[in-house]
Design a protein around this ligand. Sequence first.
Ligand SMILES: *Cc1c(COP(=O)(O)O)cnc(C)c1O
Length: 416
Amino acid sequence: MTSPIWHPFTQHGLGDPIPRIVRTEGAALHTSDGRRIVDAISSWWVTTHGHRHPRIMAAITEEAGRMDQIIFAGWTHEPAETLAHGLVAIMPEALRHVFFSDSGSTAVEVALKMALGYWRNRDEPRDRILVLEHSYHGDTIGTMSVGERGVYNRAYAPLLFDVGTIPFPHPGAEQATLDALEAACRAAPAAFIVEPLVLGAGGMLIYPPHVLAEMRAICARHAVLFIADEVMTGWGRTGTLLACEQAGVVPDILCLSKGLTGGAVPLAVTMATAAIFDAHLSDDRARMFFHSSSYTANPIACAAANANLAIWRDEPVHDRIATLGARQAAHLDRIARLPGVTNPRRIGTIAAVDLQVGDRGYLSDLGPKLLRFFTARDLLLRPLGNTVYVMPPYCIDEADLDAVYAAIEEACATLL
Ligand SMILES: *Cc1c(COP(=O)(O)O)cnc(C)c1O
């Protein structure tokens, strides 16, 4: 019987089989037909420590014995309070306020609404948003509006709002980016939203910390709110807890999701400075922040996130990240020398290369071929067009990582 499920980012018409997962553990997914799949992309960038980390699973089980969802407008609970205090303690000091939601896209929507609300409540309405070329911030109408336009959102283009696009700081062209941002900031936009140091869905495009620091300084000079979307980069992905840290950057608004619960269950937060919060603080109900999702601050998800924070406190997470980074670097050095492999790049636990083919971009024919090739070798790797990247959970062992790169080498030899 065919499944009634309509899968995300899946062309059902191509008829590719859809493997069924029955169990997850560490860096592996186990299928119903007994295969062990190495999860080399952390199940789309969410799994940080590894699948089913015992402390996160225990926290979920324990909290489920106490609470399920409760309304969060005007009510509170211990897991959310503990988490908010925990986040304020480890995130940059200026980010004192924590707004809960349930996905990365929603965290970004909330950030955009906070930015516009800030200006409106100060009676200096501003509504233009600046974005970086090739960015990805989610798949809702608002987040598609601030993201790269392409085949994946062409049908919805009439609904997307207009934004100011700043060119990506390609090597050697950094000054052009900074000049464009400076010029755009003179027109007093509401905010600039960026993925710090690496643009994920845009193709794992990396730019240096000094450019991020300069972009932040330009926004500060022009009083343009700086929104850091660390939904992918947060929680150690780039080698530090936040990518912003490497540039000494503190944003006005910070979006976190994916690794917030270690990737176990959905949860997101948008953290804001006192200035943003205070702009909404009034005895006038019309100035409150008008946003909520049904599952805001779900207690079970908050408990999972608290366990994640405990893991960061108690376990050698930084060492694991450094070890994985070094192994990635060694593999990357080797495969970078293969014919047809270009632009080797790495930041923290993320490594990527581009494969030289005639057609590039998201619909490159190479993408599905590679996907099938890797799936047949029991690997979860999902190239972005002709970009192959490896972003595994931090617990992946040497043998599994070796298998991932052996398959990439074989793919280069057979498919290029
Ligand atoms: C994944 C991602 C999002 C969207 O998060 P969802 O939880 O999928 O809605 C937003 N921004 C960035 C940078 C992401 O990588």
